[in-house]
Design a protein around this ligand. Structure first.
Ligand code: PMP
Length: 445
């Protein structure tokens, strides 16, 4: 009997009783390799001694202080640390308790910026169809995940959605990646023109798409084209790096590899590595200055913003990543993961694509590799793979056809940055068994 209202009501979940390194053990003593870092969260694995020590010390010092009364050393240090390593021009970090809260705050910051400078007519957000930005109403509205949005659609603010950058499915034969990217930028330009350029607040996109499509990387030049277009029209660029940021793709921020600097950037997950709930919005100085010179206030706030213990955990995580050279480890082990996935699934009749960056990689399952036909969404192949993987003692992050029911099933891998070669061997071997088990017994045709 459970009294906890988790997401699924009719499923009995194993009880996690201990977690060390990249493994979680349940109440029956069964151990699971955490190949997804939960949901791309646990970047240092579990029970990292430095992070635990930093949290204990902060709990002793100041466990909580409301930000309408106090700031804290630890919040100031974390903000300074993040800004020192942030894209050019970023001057402030606004701390919240997770990804959705970060996205909500970014949307409101973007709107308030235009209010402060007297452009009250700006009221539209543009985002992309295959995207996930969180489950709160504002974040859900900018997100393009039809399945998550459907029953709440009447409550959501109107957002215009454009095509995602999904090279495997949408780049046309004969089109170069650059031409494909330029075509997407043209599409966005058309939407901006239709809405009226001076009515648009921001374009919101995940730098590398995570939860709706599995490690979709942008084609070269696409985000630079988007940046130029936004600049031309005075539209803000909000990059959501809640999942893809904080080292996951091999650089601290995924946008570094695109040579693009956003106006606002959301981060979470790997920021605190799961040790505490924490997210943040990193903001350009120009935006924060406008607030400071204007109303002197960001019209927003939550009880737990800048939570000292969460900040202490995040600061410790960042210091360990730097001290132990873990960004280089992500790049190195990312390549090791790619080569293992290629060796195991490269010729697999039902794996259409292997993609991603750093330790943020995915396979896409298809019924037919030649024409990329996905499996029928009703088969819920992704859910079968997850069940099989758990049986094999493996945590992966699968997702299913979420756009028009036609985009297929994916399995996302996002192991901790400390993953070893031997653990990668075990992850890919168990994944192969889970995929085989899930495909067995599917109706033919
Ligand atoms: N944005 C992105 C890109 C995400 O991947 C997620 C979580 N999967 C969120 C926002 C929402 O974060 P949270 O679940 O912490 O609210």
């Amino acid at each position: 009997m459970t009294h906890v209202f988790h997401r699924q009501l009719n499923t009995t979940l194993p009880r996690a009783v201990s977690a060390r390194g990249i493994s979680i053990t349940d109440a029956d003593g069964k151990s699971y390799l955490d190949a997804s870092g939960g949901a791309a969260v646990s970047c240092l694995g579990h029970a990292h001694p430095d992070v635990l020590a930093a949290m204990h010390e902060q709990i002793d010092r100041v466990a909580y202080a409301h930000t309408s009364f106090f700031t804290t050393d630890v919040a100031e240090e974390l903000a300074a640390d993040l800004i020192e390593h942030a894209p050019a021009g970023m001057s402030h970090a606004y701390f919240v308790s997770g990804g959705s809260e970060a996205v909500e705050a970014a949307l409101k910051m973007a709107r308030q910026y235009f209010v402060e400078i007297g452009q009250l007519q700006r009221r539209h957000f543009i985002a992309r169809r295959q995207s996930y930005h969180g489950n709160t109403l504002g974040a859900l509205a900018v997100g393009g995940n039809q399945w998550r949005r459907a029953q709440f659609a009447p409550l959501l603010m109107a957002v215009t959605h454009v095509s995602p950058c999904y090279e495997y499915r949408d780049r046309q034969p004969g089109e170069t990646p650059e031409q494909y990217g330029a075509r997407l930028v043209q599409e966005l330009a058309g939407v901006i023109e239709t809405l009226g350029a001076d009515s648009v607040i921001a374009f919101v996109a995940e730098t590398v798409v995570g939860a709706t499509a599995g490690a979709l990387t942008p084609v070269p030049g696409y985000l630079r084209g988007v940046r130029e277009l936004c600049d031309r029209h005075g539209i803000l660029l909000v990059l959501d790096e809640v999942m893809s940021g904080m080292g996951r793709t091999g650089t601290l921020h995924a946008c570094e590899q695109e040579h693009v600097v956003p106006d606002l950037m959301t981060i979470a997950k790997g920021l605190g590595g799961g040790y505490q709930p924490i997210g943040a919005v990193l903001a350009q100085g120009r935006i924060v200055d406008t607030f400071a010179r204007g109303s002197g206030l960001f019209q927003h706030g939550h009880t737990y913003i800048g939570h000292p213990v969460a900040c202490a955990a995040a600061l410790a995580v960042q210091r360990v990543i730097r001290r132990d050279g873990l960004l280089a480890a992500v790049r190195r082990q990312g390549q090791a993961l790619t080569s293992r996935l290629q060796a195991t699934f490269g010729d697999h009749p039902h794996v259409g694509d292997i993609r991603g960056r750093g330790l943020f990689q995915a396979i896409e399952l298809v019924r037919d590799r030649a024409d990329k036909t996905p499996f029928d969404a009703g088969l819920k192949l992704h859910a079968r793979i997850k069940r099989q993987a758990m049986q094999c003692g493996l945590m992966v992050y699968p997702m299913g056809g979420t756009i028009d029911g036609q985009r297929g099933d994916h399995v996302l891998l996002a192991p901790p940055f400390i993953v070893t070669d031997g653990e990668l061997d075990a992850i890919v071997e168990r994944l192969a068994r889970a995929v085989a088990g899930a495909l067995e017994g599917l109706p033919a045709g």
